[in-house]
Design a protein around this ligand. Structure first.
Ligand code: HEC
Ligand code: HEC
Length: 356
């Protein structure tokens, strides 16, 4: 963002600081370069007020000729049309008065008169140096954190299996999921093109509590390198795509697949020799690569010939899972991770993911 900010935009700049808190940048606030402009604004505002009061007073004068009789203007239209000039209705006058009083009180409490900071400190000591949007946000967030802290403290001491059975924990977890994760993984966590399904028991990185927490805390960015050139162009890619299809017993050209199989060693480095994905590597050395299982008909990007050709020739590096440690904090990650962990259940309703 450029450093120049138009004063009118000052209320609109919302960003996130390192700690994940929303920062309302009140750049316009009392940023007067010289006292002259402060007094200029004060003068215009005060003159506006005085004008309103004057206007009210001049309009309050009764204009009746005789008591109880309406004042008739000295002109007529269309031979019979006369114009009355009645005093302002009382309700209207009172609205006007209330508006002026409200305006005056508002300007006394809030920073609206030039560089004057207002008196909100009289109501809440937190604003003793004057009210700002940022301060109000901080005060409200501190209150909220104070009420939710005991709850998160309680969850922090619970295992995932315990939280999965705890209605309050799952409610909070679902709430966090819908607010932060659903836009990519779907409301139900079933994912979409390029965004993994979190409910199908098929994991890129793993479904144990520790691994899910690690995924959410630090983020993930699985990279499938481009292999078009390595495989010798379109034909080699086509052979390999057929071999990939054969791995999951999907319809394929067997002759082409046989040629592809000969070159699969370059893929095995990440997907393993059997193509069952980096998680299936018995040494555990590949676990963090996140190369999908190619034998299970579950596709992250797609299992049709066109998509496979594209994946293999050009690679995939846009599927990025953001890191949430700063935005959510450890205690919220703990709860939303438990919510994700229990999304995957068998027919008996029991959670299928490992507890360790
Ligand atoms: C901007 C989109 C986006 C958001 C928001 C997002 N994710 Fe992800 N997430 C992804 C992508 C993409 C991947 C796959 C990363 C890869 O392929 O390496 C992923 C992977 C994961 C995985 C690993 C799945 C596996 O098979 O191992 C988990 C768990 C996960 N996300 C949970 C969450 C949770 C919980 C949230 C909310 C706090 C969240 N995600 C928010 C895009 C997102
Ligand atoms: C450096 C490790 C690495 C190598 C080598 C590699 N892959 Fe991948 N592959 C990945 C990763 C990581 C992903 C997941 C990408 C993502 O998160 O979007 C992936 C994704 C894929 C997909 C998409 C699967 C789906 O579910 O949509 C296919 C197909 C694939 N790889 C095939 C291959 C083939 C064929 C080769 C060899 C020619 C190969 N890969 C080589 C790491 C690798």
């Amino acid at each position: 963002m450029s450093d120049f900010v138009h004063p009118l935009m000052s209320h609109l700049l919302v960003g996130a600081n390192g700690a994940g808190d929303v920062v309302l940048k009140n750049v316009g606030e009392a940023d007067f370069v010289s006292p002259f402009w402060s007094w200029f604004v004060i003068a215009i505002t005060v003159i506006g007020f005085l004008f309103c009061i004057l206007l009210l007073i001049t309009q309050l004068k009764a204009r009746t000729n005789k008591a109880g009789e309406a004042h008739v203007q000295p002109h007529e239209w269309d031979e019979t049309l006369q114009e009355y000039n009645n005093p302002l209705p009382r309700w209207w006058v009172w609205m006007f008065v209330i508006t002026i009083v409200f305006g005056a009180l508002y300007l006394w409490m809030y920073p609206g008169l030039g560089a004057y900071k207002g008196n909100m400190g009289l109501i809440d000591p937190a604003y003793k140096d004057g009210w700002t949007e940022q301060k109000q946000y901080d005060v409200e967030k501190a209150k909220l954190d104070a009420t939710s802290k005991p709850l998160y403290d309680k969850f922090a001491g619970m295992t995932f299996a315990q939280m999965a059975e705890d209605k309050a924990a799952m409610q909070v977890g679902k709430h966090l999921f819908l607010n932060n994760c659903a836009q990519c993984h779907g409301d139900a966590g079933t994912g979409g093109n390029g965004f993994p399904n979190l409910t199908d028991g098929d994991w890129l990185y793993g479904g144990s509590p520790d691994v899910i927490k690690q995924t959410i805390t630090a983020g993930r960015a699985g990279v499938m390198p481009a292999h078009g050139d390595i495989l010798g162009g379109a034909e080699g890619v086509n052979d390999m795509a057929n071999y990939v299809l054969s791995l999951s017993n999907s319809a394929h050209d067997a002759v082409a697949a046989a040629r592809g199989k000969d070159k699969f060693a370059v893929c095995a480095a990440c997907h393993t020799a059997a193509g069952t994905g980096s998680l299936s590597d018995p040494t555990g050395a590949l676990a963090a690569i996140g190369a999908p299982n190619l034998t299970d008909k579950i596709w992250l990007h797609g299992g049709d010939m066109k998509t496979l050709t594209e994946t293999i020739s050009k690679g995939r590096n846009k599927s990025v899972m953001p890191a949430w440690d700063k935005l959510l904090g450890a205690e919220r990650v703990h709860v939303v991770a438990a919510y994700v962990w229990q999304l995957n259940r068998g027919d008996d309703g029991k959670v299928k993911n490992p507890e360790k």
